[in-house]
Design a protein around this ligand. Structure first.
Ligand SMILES: [Cu+2]
Length: 272
């Protein structure tokens, strides 16, 4: 592991420990193993279990095992209360649905969710649901309708996906958004498409006060995050960052600054 990676890793860890306290408290077998890695002589053999970069894959291309492991990890963080905490945070007002903050705020949100999954399955990454090519709701998630207990509520996940033609008409707006040359012009249509997909899934997903309780929420937002990363690296995106200053640049209730989330490699993941 080179030094650059260690630096990224240390910063990532300290931000994480400050921002998702429950990760400190729940001592799982995976965490115990990770914390004692230094004293394990055959560390190399554990590389598969603790990948340096989390590879976020297209949900349509996951193996049955990968699907089962995502569902299992999701159920585990639901059972330990982490998911419920995240759902309640999303219900609160953090200006996370304005055009400029939508993408960086949810990038942090997904990162914390993914790290919580790693507490149980260090090799599970958030898949993305590419609704620009998919013809409907991911079939493997259709039967997954969890009951989520937040610190304040009990949520029974329900949904009622719309038609294939409706979904493709929503996704048809993506190329126009991707061609925009300023962050504001890119995020305005992306924000609209984002909301339309929430409404298309229906039920829990159509209500921001409960939407992260649906396991597909995370796949939907991973796709938005992926599109943002693609635009950012494109000639027209030209590495433009969200125009956020002062307190607007702090992704409250966490301490992440907008500048902390510009590079997904420094957050430990990649889209493949
Ligand atoms: Cu959303």
């Amino acid at each position: 592991m080179d030094e650059g990676h260690d630096e990224h890793g240390a910063k990532r860890t300290s931000l994480l420990l400050r921002n998702l306290p429950i990760l400190n408290r729940s001592m799982t077998f995976a965490r115990m193993l990770e914390e004692s890695k230094r004293s394990i002589p055959n560390l190399k053999e554990l590389k598969w279990l603790f990948p340096t970069v989390c590879h976020r894959k297209n949900q349509a291309e996951l193996t049955d095992t990968e699907k089962a492991r995502y569902i299992c990890a999701f159920n585990m963080i639901n059972a330990d209360g982490t998911l419920g905490q995240l759902v309640d945070i999303h219900q609160d007002m953090h200006m996370q649905h304005t055009n400029a903050r939508l993408l960086p705020w949810h990038r942090v949100f997904l990162h914390l969710f993914e790290e919580a999954l790693h507490n149980y399955h260090p090799d599970v990454c958030v898949p993305y649901w590419d609704w620009t090519t998919s013809t409907g709701f991911p079939d493997w998630l259709a039967p997954v309708l969890p009951v989520v207990h937040t610190p304040t509520r009990t949520i029974n996940v329900v949904r009622s996906p719309g038609s294939e033609s409706w979904l493709s008409s929503i996704a048809a707006g993506v190329p126009t958004a991707m061609a925009k040359t300023t962050y504001a012009d890119f995020t305005a249509p992306i924000n609209g498409i984002h909301g339309s997909v929430h409404v298309w899934v229906g039920g829990t997903m159509s209500d921001p006060s409960v939407s992260p309780a649906d396991p597909v929420f995370w796949l939907h937002h991973a796709n938005l995050d992926r599109l943002w990363w693609a635009w950012y690296q494109s000639p027209q995106g030209n590495h433009q960052n969200p125009p956020l200053t002062g307190s607007d640049a702090i992704m409250d209730p966490w301490t992440y600054n907008e500048s902390d989330v510009r590079n997904i490699a420094s957050l430990g993941y990649a889209y493949v």
